[in-house]
Design a protein around this ligand. Structure first.
Ligand SMILES: [Zn+2]
Length: 208
């Protein structure tokens, strides 16, 4: 379809969630920051692995269990090598897994900050009447989709909501209420800008 501008936003969450832990050294609840380092312990055939967190007040450590008494034979050699070499991508994947962290420790602090890199996939910005934005996330974020779109497109969240109500904005694959949920890898947002007077400004913001 002519007039459709396709863009990919590569989104990198900036700060990993921090567990809130009763620090026995500080003597109170403190947030613990991910060190991005693993500790691997091999006891015979049994392997334990943890991601290490450090108290933001006193540097005390806390271990987030990644593998618990796993048989060496059941672990992919590539995974073990990644753990032993503190592979940054693996550390990032675990560090941003807020669900796993919350289920382990109860209370966590989350940060919605992200860095967005925009790449044009197809179509001409000059004659665009509709946008197709694909989201790629390298880790999970708590940032809501409407906050992401409003910030990156330079428009208000109420305007996004109005577009959503009039079906000028469609989110795939989540559909209804996706705007109020966290942005996720693989989402695509289609926005019909045909009737918008400030179309050029929105398109220009979308392209970066
Ligand atoms: Zn402490």
């Amino acid at each position: 379809m002519s007039g459709l501008l396709r863009i990919r936003w590569a989104i990198a969450p900036a700060i990993a969630p921090r567990p809130l832990i009763n620090c026995n050294r500080c003597g109170g609840i403190r947030s613990y920051r991910c060190s991005e380092k693993f500790r691997v312990n091999a006891n015979g055939k049994r392997i334990d692995a943890w991601l290490i967190y450090r108290c933001t007040g006193c540097d005390n450590s806390w271990n987030f269990t990644i593998l618990e008494r796993c048989n060496r034979r059941d672990i992919e050699p590539k995974l073990l090598a990644a753990l032993e070499s503190n592979d940054p991508a693996l550390a990032r994947r675990h560090a941003f897994d807020a669900t796993a962290l919350r289920s382990r420790i109860g209370r966590i602090e989350e940060f919605p900050d992200v860095a967005v890199r925009k790449e044009l996939l197809g179509g001409g910005p000059d004659c665009a009447t509709a946008l197709w934005v694909e989201l790629r996330l390298d880790a999970a974020t708590s940032l809501r989709l409407d906050r992401l779109l409003a910030g990156e497109l330079g428009i208000s969240r109420s305007r996004l909501q109005a577009w959503d109500d009039r079906r000028l904005l469609v989110v795939e694959p989540d559909g209804a209420r996706a705007l109020r949920r966290p942005a996720r890898d693989g989402m695509a947002i289609r926005i019909d800008l045909g009737g918008e007077a400030d179309r050029e400004a929105v398109v220009s913001a979308a392209c970066g």
